[in-house]
Design a protein around this ligand. Structure first.
Ligand code: ATP
Ligand code: MG
Length: 449
């Protein structure tokens, strides 16, 4: 039988450099737990290596983002990290971007840069081949590393210099069609975060010079968040996953957007205290701190005009395309999920993004019955493609329990000599803390359910 060894691992052989001590430099809980659980290692300020455990979570988050982008009709491509400065000169952003942009020269002294975002490059790609309104709409995205030389990289992966982002770009003939594209992303984002077990609230955000209402930041509430935010409490109870969203119907999609934007929600830049008080009853006013995990933005012809992305419309006139851009902070989300889902003992992964579903704990390695029972369970889980981390280390029970709680897998299956004598193992739900003894078969079906 073929077992995918990356989905079934033995801790004795797994590369998991956990830390006993709380690292001094880590100021917030997600950063502390990520370092302690051996998920990442800092390479230099704001730049991280993703170790096996952290990498699995990053990939799971990335995959959810991808599936929801695809579901909404966006198409994936991949642009490079290194870009030529020329396009940025055309848009005027080469100078505007300032010190956050990492500028590089190649051996021929040509100006290059490590992309902080991709509006210019995608617009050039689009402009090179699309000429007619018949080829619209288009929404293209990629998931790629970005570099921004932040003044103050901090909080681990939450504000890195190198970070992983999904960025999508929509191209439409007019503003009305642009709104349809914007709305689709809006709803795709609601689904994306909800699938990760997060309550992300879309909040009105700065639109810049073009104004309008088409800029939202998606914010998860957390005391350690960098933004101050204000919203109506009931937004936190809205549930998109219960809806059977039809992305083919512009009207239905508009309906969801209307529903989610009808209640007050704004970041501090857009906050209007008198409106907040007038629109939201006192007992429903949430003022809190939040983490920006995504940002969607419609900006019309800001880039299409200078970069010459024009199409002919049905009357044969050339018009610049209307664009929007849509970002998700994929690597920031790894920290963001932990900020939202943890307790004093460690991380409490929502199942959809957990690095493994089950932690199998052998309390007495070397005991024949325990070793055999664990080997059986491990094989069964692997066969069922249930992701499992087997703690087969020769360690004290206390160490195993605290490591497993720290790592935060949704289920723990605890196998000890005493239980086995009575034909039972223990199942612990990491989130509720509930522990139950039951037969092995019952345990396996509990976990599968
Ligand atoms: P911020 O206000 O947090 O600096 P931004 O508005 O500059 O972010 P966008 O350009 O909107 O960011 O990027 C899209 C998403 O990328 C953000 O919503 C955020 O989740 C993520 N992101 C931005 N900067 C960073 C960073 N330095 N480290 C990690 N993730 C980031
Ligand atoms: Mg933003």
């Amino acid at each position: 039988m073929n077992i995918d060894t990356s989905n079934a691992v033995r801790l004795s052989q797994y590369f998991l450099p956990t830390l006993k001590e709380t690292p001094q430099e880590a100021q917030i809980v997600s950063h502390r737990y990520m370092l302690r659980a051996g998920m990442v290692r800092q390479a230099s300020a704001g730049i991280y290596s993703w170790l096996p455990l952290g990498f699995r979570v990053l990939k799971k988050i990335e995959q959810i983002v991808r599936e929801e982008q695809n579901r909404s009709g966006a198409q994936e491509l991949l642009m490079p990290t290194i870009q030529s400065a020329d396009l940025w000169r055309q848009s005027g952003r080469y100078d505007d971007y300032g010190k956050e942009m990492l500028r590089i020269q190649d051996r021929h002294d040509r100006d290059m840069l490590y992309g902080p975002t991709n509006e210019e490059l995608i617009t050039e790609i689009f402009a090179a081949s699309v000429r007619s309104y018949r080829d619209l709409p288009q929404n293209l995205y990629h998931i790629q590393w970005k570099f921004r030389d932040e003044v103050r990289p901090r909080f681990g992966v939450m504000r890195g210099r190198e970070f992983y982002m999904k960025d999508a770009y929509s191209f439409d003939l007019d503003a009305e069609a642009g709104r349809v594209a914007y709305n689709k992303m809006f709803v795709a984002y609601l689904r994306t975060y909800a699938r990760m077990g997060l309550k992300a609230v879309p909040m009105r955000a700065e639109t810049g010079p073009i104004g309008g209402d088409m800029s939202h930041e998606f914010i998860i509430l957390a005391d350690t968040g960098e933004s101050e935010v204000f919203c109506h409490q009931e937004l936190l109870d809205y549930d998109i996953l219960g809806e059977n969203v039809d992305f083919g119907s512009a009207e239905t999609i508009q309906g969801y957007v209307d529903r989610w934007t009808s209640l007050y929600a704004a970041t501090d830049e857009m906050h209007d205290p008198s409106r907040f008080e007038a629109e939201v009853p006192e007992d429903k006013r949430v003022s809190a701190r939040g983490i920006e995990v995504g940002h969607i933005f419609f900006f019309g012809d800001k880039y299409s005009k200078p970069l010459g992305a024009v199409v002919t419309n049905s009357e044969g006139q050339e018009v610049p395309v209307q664009m929007g851009s849509y970002g998700v902070g994929v690597s920031r989300l790894v920290g963001g999920v932990i900020e939202a889902c943890h307790d004093d003992d460690g991380i409490v992964w929502p199942e959809a993004v957990a690095p493994f579903k089950v932690g199998l704990i052998n309390l007495r390695v070397g005991d024949e019955a325990c070793d055999k029972a664990c080997a059986d369970i491990y094989a069964k889980l692997a066969e069922n493609e249930t992701e499992v981390m087997y703690d087969d280390r020769d360690e004290r029970a206390g160490v195993k329990f605290s490591d497993m709680d720290l790592i935060g897998l949704p289920w723990q299956l605890i196998v000890g000599p005493r239980g086995l004598k009575n034909g039972v193992v223990e199942v612990k739900n990491r989130k509720t803390g509930e522990r139950d003894e039951m037969s092995l078969d019952a345990a396996l079906s509990r976990i599968a359910g």
